[in-house]
Design a protein around this ligand. Structure first.
Ligand code: SF4
Length: 260
């Protein structure tokens, strides 16, 4: 049976989809967001190491679909009583789309609500393979201007648009845009305005906002990587509310759902 490279499993999460959820984090991401709070997930689908408290630790374990099912079924009762389920996150889930598809298919057979988090940075064919097994997509929107998006995070906004529009046409699933609020990158007036235009044209009525935090900063030390966001301050409640107001002024509910 197909195996996937997993770098974390988080039980009892109340973020990243509705209800109580288990989050499965798939390793590998081709992007390079400077603010990434899971830098250990980046780059290839292969285990990596970091040095934490003087000890070398391996990041990433190959797990079969059955092993994932065994893990998530421990909390089935919580999914059913809370309206929760399982969310595949990353990294970028589409980098292991075949494994993700098998997991999602088995979960659907068991009647468990499924969600994925994605940046939509791969050809739409990868999404087409797994959409029959997804109930909800948490779709990241970050930097909307083409050249900036390519230069800063290495993503093609045209491809993101194509994937987003494909998912919107799949009426059996719910698409929720997720916008990380990153000072100096995504919170500029121009970027927020571009987001709002993108969303209003598509008649989107709800987004999730993920305020920037510094919780991932020590991971860069463990990895021996430069972290350019170390001195960036988190947004104040007022600054977050001002951004929320901009979305809500055009009738888009802007909910805070966890942290980026
Ligand atoms: S897409 Fe997510 S996992 Fe990948 S680099 Fe950006 S923040 Fe990190």
């Amino acid at each position: 049976m197909k195996q996937g490279l997993i770098f974390n499993i988080q039980r009892y999460s109340v973020h990243d989809g509705g209800g109580i959820r288990t989050l499965i984090f798939l390793k590998g991401c081709p992007l390079r967001c400077p603010w990434c709070s899971n830098p250990e997930s980046r780059k290839k689908v292969e285990p990596t190491t970091w040095i934490k408290n003087g000890r070398t630790e391996k990041i990433g374990d190959w797990r079969s679909v059955d092993e994932i099912l065994d893990e998530v079924l421990k909390d089935e009762i919580f999914y059913r009583t809370s309206g929760g389920g399982v969310t595949l996150s990353g990294g970028e889930v589409l980098l292991q789309s075949e494994f993700a598809g098998e997991c999602l298919k088995e979960l659907k057979k068991l009647g468990i609500h499924t969600a994925i988090e994605t940046t939509g940075c791969f050809p739409v064919e990868r999404l087409k393979e797994i959409t029959p097994y997804i109930d909800q997509v948490l779709f990241d929107l970050k930097i909307m201007e083409q050249s900036e998006a390519q230069r800063i995070i290495g993503i093609d906004p045209e491809r993101v648009r194509e994937n987003f529009d494909y998912l919107l046409k799949q009426k059996q699933l719910q698409v929720i845009p997720r916008i990380p609020l990153i000072p100096g990158y995504t919170t500029s007036e121009a970027n927020i305005q571009r987001m709002i235009e993108f969303l209003t044209v598509r008649q989107i009525k709800e987004v999730h906002l993920l305020p920037f935090h510094q919780y991932g900063s020590s991971k860069y030390d463990y990895l021996g990587w430069e972290y350019t966001m170390r001195d960036v301050e988190t947004l104040s409640q007022n600054e977050i509310s001002e951004i929320q107001d901009k979305f809500e002024a055009v009738n888009i509910a802007a909910n805070i759902d966890g942290l980026e």
